[in-house]
Design a protein. Structure first.
Length: 286
């Protein structure tokens, strides 16, 4: 079927670059009503009889004829010409172009799904439609919610704002696991406590039984200071990482990069190129 000469009026809202998930719900209902949906989801079986294969081709073409009017002009331009004669090829091409993929998209959509509130919608129909839309989009990512993703999802939805930059790091870190995430959060907590104590390292103090001050109070024993794993000095590892950033773990380097970009944007907004030479670079690299 020629996509340019089709004069059929679309029975549903047309597919654009921004409404694939909503369009998919409608076109699936349309094709199921004509018993043609399966012909867009499965390739022809070469082992079937000639008659069966001919029927499949006819049905796939009929499906393509029904789908074509539901696609906007800009989207049609992204399809190969032979896709308009084959519903399976057409749907496969559209899935490759528009279907959401990847762990990051799965996590984003799932967080949005579980954050929905009825009060944010103007009607029950709108509310239920959004639930259905997100379910279709989540299913379209082809990602399975395993134990690691479940933990990361929970952390992303419940951590306070000051820890949310970790979710951005996890989204771009290959092989991210729940154990790695927990380690990063515990390390961040230790870092915050270190800053609260003046940056000299956390100290586990005990009273020395044999030494006392003139007032009679026992002298505190500081032999159990937290020591840097790199140089052995009584400070947190991050002190050395600041001096030797190439030795810092990837997640911390990523956090520094995000913080540096944030400071750069803030500087550009506040100063608007009125800063003295060298001040901007010093501010960004704090």
């Amino acid at each position: 079927m020629d996509p340019e000469t089709s004069s059929f009026k679309s029975p549903i809202r047309q597919l654009t670059d921004n409404n694939y998930s909503e369009w998919l719900i409608d076109v699936k209902a349309l094709l199921r009503g004509k018993k043609l949906w399966n012909y867009t989801q499965e390739a022809p079986d070469p082992d079937k009889s000639v008659t069966a294969q001919a029927k499949w081709r006819d049905s796939a073409m009929e499906a393509a004829d029904l789908i074509t009017p539901t696609i906007s002009g800009p989207v049609k331009q992204k399809l190969q010409a032979n896709a308009f004669d084959d519903g399976y090829l057409m749907m496969t091409s559209l899935v490759n172009i528009y279907a959401p993929k990847g762990d990051a998209e799965f996590m984003r959509l799932t967080r949005e799904y579980y954050s929905l509130r009825y009060e944010d919608f103007d009607s029950m129909t709108h509310y239920l439609t959004q639930i259905k839309t997100l379910e279709e989009r989540i299913r379209g990512t082809n990602v399975i919610l395993d134990d690691d993703k479940q933990t990361l999802l929970c952390l992303g939805m419940t951590l306070p704002e000051r820890f949310q930059y970790f979710t951005k790091i996890w989204a771009v870190t290959l092989g991210m696991t729940a154990d790695k995430a927990r380690s990063m959060l515990l390390e961040e907590e230790r870092r915050e406590k270190t800053l609260d104590t003046g940056g000299v390292g956390l100290v586990a103090t005990t009273r020395h039984p044999g030494k006392r001050m003139p007032s009679g109070k026992a002298i505190l024993n500081y032999e159990h200071e937290v020591k840097c794993s790199r140089c052995g000095k009584p400070h947190e590892d991050e002190v050395c990482w600041k001096l030797h950033p190439e030795l810092a773990p990837e997640w911390l380097q990523e956090r520094w990069t995000i913080e540096k970009r944030s400071r750069k944007r803030k500087w550009d907004e506040l100063q608007q190129d009125q800063e003295a030479p060298g001040e901007k670079e010093a501010f960004i690299n704090l």
